[in-house]
Design a protein around this ligand. Structure first.
Ligand SMILES: Cc1cc2nc3c(=O)[nH]c(=O)nc-3n(C[C@H](O)[C@H](O)[C@H](O)COP(=O)(O)OP(=O)(O)OC[C@H]3O[C@@H](n4cnc5c(N)ncnc54)[C@H](O)[C@@H]3O)c2cc1C
Length: 475
């Protein structure tokens, strides 16, 4: 029997697992998909929000501000790409400018530092902004993060510290008897003293397997454009319009990889698992983004994508035990800003709800850091040459668009966190993220995975079940 079973391997599950790995406890994570961070935690804006926006006094506000403060140290320990480049909420007319003071007041209540920036300084910071802009609210603690490595490296660290992970197992039923939870999956059945529900869009469904819940999760879709690395400094901070009841609005931002992201839209989606995009919504995203930054070169677009926010009917994160099952902890309705909040949620759940309940003892030794991941393209030439001398595979480029070497791919296949699919390799290393979207490197990644996993190339999956790329042998 496990001490704790965590259901769902997104960012929230990752930080619950990592925090639990500091204690003497047996922990098992169950994930339906074939990789960690394969649903909402990979399809978002990847902004480390400052926390000026959530309603003061809510769990969202608390976790956002606390999570934001944890990022610099955390990303150092987990070797995750992070830049604290600040955000600007831009007023495009006098009416909007007057509203910035209200936002600044809310920021003050949440304990978030801000500063009003007037036009002269604003255009120096962001020369490509609409010349009509009247000013902006600058939040220096906001930033950008690589959402893929954030979840993956947090899991790698948790696994290095003894947590177990089972991918490709969907939880289909949970029964409680005398304080023991039996969790049934598509492949087996497991027992635990406690269960943590980190199932994102499906968190209400999972909790309802144990007792009826009064809250619901609705999907609110967000659609995006991804642009290539066309120019350094096209935008420098994260640029937001003024927030509305629909959310934080359509932003224009660089990513930690130096390309650009524009979006997201905000529309209700009846199907929690529908991630399709549509031309009309994307045209609207384009129109709203160009109102703020008129010269966005959409010809540089290399991809569009969508994610679904797990919007709770309670309007706040649900982080609490079920009323009649104190051993079942819900982490439900973790919509935006859930990514930045996830380290604080993980800490709170473990330190306030799990450790006291199970009377857990901390380990004497716990390793907070992952072994460094080599990113050959970001190293100075001398360092590259040194590494290539040590291992010539760092000199063989597999992904030419994003400059990812064979050595980097091989390293990912030799870590505690399994890398089972083409998409998992893409998220870990960026091979396939560039202009050709895997046209050149995907066959090489596929063959490498087949060799490592000891399977036929026709069995290698792109991501989900039945997503094999090759149909069969032609000869
Ligand atoms: C458009 C958009 C923009 C966003 N922008 C930002 C942003 O800029 N900054 C920010 O901080 N936040 C942002 N967010 C929010 C953030 O992405 C989420 O809050 C966060 O990723 C939620 O993580 P999670 O672990 O709760 O959910 P998920 O990442 O969805 O993980 C849940 C996991 O549970 C698994 N699961 C579900 N059911 C089962 C089952 N039956 N059995 C086993 N496993 C199961 C799923 O497969 C999934 O892997 C955004 C979200 C969206 C959609």
């Amino acid at each position: 029997m496990e001490d704790v079973i965590i259901i769902g391997a997104g960012a929230v599950g990752a930080f619950v697992a990592r925090n639990l790995s500091r204690y003497k406890a047996s922990v098992l994570v169950l994930e339906e998909q074939n990789d960690v961070g394969d649903v909402t935690s990979m399809a978002n804006s990847a902004i480390v929000h400052s926390g000026y926006d959530p309603v003061p006094g809510t769990k969202k506000a608390y976790c956002n501000v606390k999570g934001n403060a944890m990022f610099p140290k955390l990303c150092e320990e987990l070797d995750v790409e992070f830049e604290q480049n600040g955000s600007l909420t831009v007023a495009l007319d006098d009416k909007q400018f007057a509203m910035l003071e209200g936002l600044q007041q809310r920021a003050k209540e949440n304990g978030v530092p801000t500063r009003l920036v007037l036009t002269e300084e604003l255009f120096k910071m962001e020369p490509n902004l609409n010349p009509c802009a009247k000013g902006a609210l600058f939040c220096p603690t906001a930033g950008i993060v690589n959402p893929f490595t954030l979840t993956a490296h947090a899991f790698e660290n948790a696994l290095d510290n003894g947590v177990k992970l089972r991918l490709g197992e969907k939880v289909v039923d949970i029964k409680e008897n005398g304080g023991v939870y039996s969790v049934k999956t598509t492949k087996g059945e497991y027992q635990a003293k406690m269960v943590v529900d980190c199932a994102g869009l499906h968190s209400a469904e999972i909790a309802s397997m144990v007792e009826p819940v009064e809250w619901k999760v609705n999907a609110r879709k967000g659609q995006y454009y991804v642009l290539d690395h066309f120019k350094l400094g096209f935008v420098n901070s994260v640029l937001f319009p003024l927030p509305s009841e629909k959310g934080k609005g359509i932003l224009v931002s660089k990513t930690t990889s130096g390309n650009y992201i524009v979006g997201p839209s905000s529309e209700w989606n009846e199907d929690l698992d529908d991630f399709s995009t549509d031309a009309a919504t994307l045209a609207n995203v384009k129109e709203q983004a160009t109102a703020m930054v008129p010269g966005i070169p959409f010809r540089e677009q290399i991809r569009v994508f969508a994610g679904n926010r797990a919007t709770p009917s309670t309007h706040d994160f649900i982080i609490e035990p079920l009323p009649h099952h104190p051993g079942f902890i819900c982490c439900g309705g973790i919509e935006s800003p859930g990514l930045v909040s996830s380290p604080a949620i993980g800490e709170h759940v473990v330190e306030q709800l799990i450790a006291p309940f199970l009377k857990l003892e901390e380990k004497k030794q716990w390793e907070p850091c992952v072994r460094k991941h080599v990113r050959i393209a970001s190293l100075p030439m001398e360092e590259r040459n040194r590494l290539i001398k040590e291992n010539p595979h760092y000199g063989i480029m597999v992904c030419n668009c994003e400059k990812v070497s064979l050595g980097e791919l091989e390293d990912e296949l030799n870590r505690s966190l399994p890398c089972l699919t083409i998409k998992a390799m893409k998220k870990r290393t960026r091979a396939g993220f560039g202009k050709c979207q895997g046209g050149f490197c995907q066959p090489k990644v596929l063959l490498l995975l087949a060799k490592k996993l000891g399977i036929d190339p026709t069995e290698v999956k792109y991501d989900r079940d039945h997503s094999e790329v090759l149909e069969g042998r032609s000869k």
